[in-house]
Design a binder for this molecule. Structure first.
Ligand SMILES: [Mg+2]
Length: 221
């Protein structure tokens, strides 16, 4: 987020100071049971801000969406820019994965953004800030709480802190603000397709070689 971010609704890693990670045993899963059409598909957890869109309280030229959000009884306008190729990206991953939106932002902002962004209903579930774990000043997305097999789960996120508990499940993406020439969402599609071809996502991962992105950089996909 830019200087006009409001941590009350958008994710800001600077606003959390305590709250250690909580235990995850015997918790109700964050996600409902798999839908029949998604059985045998891997779960793709997708971040929102700076991965698929960039939002700001500062008016921008030609925003894709303007979302009214009420904060402390006052309505604010949030200006949303879509990352280039986000429509193509969502259409493609929606064919092959059970896609879950997982954002550290609040639902009152992220839900209406998702409504406008996800016209084809690619997202099978939406998880917001309350689904994150506060850990060492960051909102961490604990994939073990989803209710999906970890070896069938991938996360795409611009913030490594988001997947600090499961770096081996991550397909990192660069942070996007407003570069109209960005092609990252197209560029990672071959890597995702490659990973999707493995029975377990860990089949490609060798811990001694670092996170998946390192391997992906070397594979011929
Ligand atoms: Mg993000």
């Amino acid at each position: 987020m830019t200087g006009y971010s409001n941590p009350k609704i958008l994710n800001s890693r600077d606003t959390v100071t305590s709250n250690p990670a909580t235990g995850t045993i015997n918790e109700k899963p964050l996600l409902p049971p798999l839908q029949p059409q998604d059985i045998n598909k891997k779960c793709l957890v997708i971040d929102l801000d700076e991965t698929l869109v960039h939002s700001s309280f500062k008016p921008v030229k030609n925003p894709d969406f303007v979302i009214p959000v009420e904060i402390d009884g006052v309505e604010h306008q949030v200006y949303v820019l879509k990352r280039p190729y986000v429509d193509e990206f969502l259409a493609k991953v929606g064919e092959h994965f059970e896609c879950i939106l997982f954002t550290a932002s609040l639902a009152k902002y992220a839900d209406p953004v998702a409504d406008l962004l996800d016209k084809k209903k690619v997202f099978r579930g939406r998880l917001f800030r309350e689904a994150c774990v506060f850990h060492k000043g960051n909102y961490v997305k604990d994939l073990s709480r989803l209710g999906r097999q970890l070896n069938q789960t991938l996360i795409i996120d611009n913030s490594p802190a988001s997947y600090a508990f499961h770096p081996e499940n991550a397909v990192p993406v660069t942070t996007w603000f407003d570069d109209p020439a960005d092609t990252e969402l197209l560029d990672i599609l071959p890597s995702l397709e490659h990973l999707n071809g493995f029975q377990s996502i860990y089949d490609l991962y060798r811990p001694e070689e670092g996170p998946n992105s390192e391997l992906l950089n070397h594979c011929s996909c």
